[in-house]
Design a binder for this molecule. Structure first.
Ligand code: ADP
Ligand code: MG
Length: 309
């Protein structure tokens, strides 16, 4: 039969006495620790309660000390990186559990947000902007208010999106960045796509069919942002086989799309019809333009060009 370490040590009195003395010293040190005294007082623990869980109390104190000296998750010395032993009092019993620290929680949140917010050729600066960073003026305040309300009331199936239009540099894309950030922070998936570049890339990948997967992604994300629609030169194929179906699928399923454009609804419609070769083509362009109009609320943005170059 296996003997306990204590029993084994008992047959070696000198070693056993040294072990006992060191154990008693440690126990006394733990019990005299102000944090332990506080916990004992808080939950009315007996001395025996502490003795029973001496190892757990010691680990808790060590990890508390590690956390006080924290220099980041990468250098965390605790048993589980980014976690700390934490006392929990349940059903009249004190237990210790490993709870994630604030740094770890924050890291998880940022990683989750990164996974939720996908983008295609959107400047990094725009992907990091928050509503509080925006300078407000009379040319953008209505759009900012609408954007903020949109985030506040967001549900994946709510039909109407937003249409921000206006001159180059007035902050249409930047404001969409604030929306994209807010929504992904709230746990929604967002795809923020620069339409002209996206169309160019889709054209280049026709032969390998990988665009089919991309289209499905754009169709199914919680919120789709189509940036700079109207700045590309559409081929009928892109319009009728790529953008048209994405817009149709999402509007039929009441999934919101947000747009930015240099063009207003009427000019966008004309632009969509530019590559038409027949009346049927014209009709297709008209249908897409009408879907965009019916499923968005327009906000004209104006003011100075905020671009630095
Ligand atoms: P648009 O899409 O209308 O052409 P952008 O959104 O790209 O313009 O804005 C150009 C730049 O101007 C942004 O990258 C940003 O640096 C700055 N900017 C735009 N709107 C704001 C704002 N509300 N507050 C502060 N800076 C802004
Ligand atoms: Mg833009």
């Amino acid at each position: 039969m296996l003997r306990s370490i204590r029993d084994a040590l008992k047959s070696h009195p000198t070693i056993y006495n040294r072990y006992k003395q060191s154990y008693q010293e440690q126990a006394a040190k733990v019990k005299a620790d102000p944090e332990v005294i506080k916990l004992v007082g808080q939950y009315g623990l007996s001395e025996e309660d502490v003795t029973h869980q001496l190892a757990n109390f010691r680990e808790w104190l060590t990890e508390r000390h590690n956390c006080e000296q924290c220099t980041g998750i990468a250098t965390c010395h605790n048993m589980y990186k980014g976690h700390a032993s934490t006392p929990i009092y349940v059903d009249g019993e004190l237990r210790f559990e490993y709870a994630p620290c604030n740094l770890y929680r924050n890291q998880q949140r940022v990683e989750r947000q990164k996974r939720l917010l996908k983008s295609h050729f959107i400047p990094k600066e725009t992907l990091n902007v928050g509503f509080d960073d925006l300078v407000k003026d009379k040319g953008n305040i209505d759009a900012i208010k609408a954007a903020s309300l949109f985030c506040l009331q967001f549900t994946e199936v709510q039909g109407k999106g937003l249409f921000f239009y206006g001159e180059f540099g007035v902050g249409k894309t930047y404001l969409m960045g604030a929306i994209a950030n807010k929504l992904s922070e709230q746990g929604h998936s967002v795809y923020f796509v620069h339409v002209p570049t996206f169309c160019r890339e889709i054209k280049a990948s026709i032969s390998d069919q990988s665009y089919i997967e991309k289209i499905a992604e754009l169709e199914n994300v919680d919120c789709l942002i189509l940036d700079d629609i109207g700045a590309e030169s559409f081929s009928p194929w892109i319009r009728d086989e790529v953008l048209g179906p994405i817009i149709q699928y999402r509007t039929q399923n009441e999934r919101p799309i947000l747009y930015t454009s240099n063009l207003d609804y009427d000019n966008l419609r004309t632009h969509l019809a530019e590559s038409s070769h027949s009346q049927i083509d014209d009709l297709k362009a008209y249908r897409i333009a009408e879907r965009i109009r019916s499923f968005t609320v327009p906000y004209k943005m104006y003011g100075e060009n905020r671009r630095r170059n």
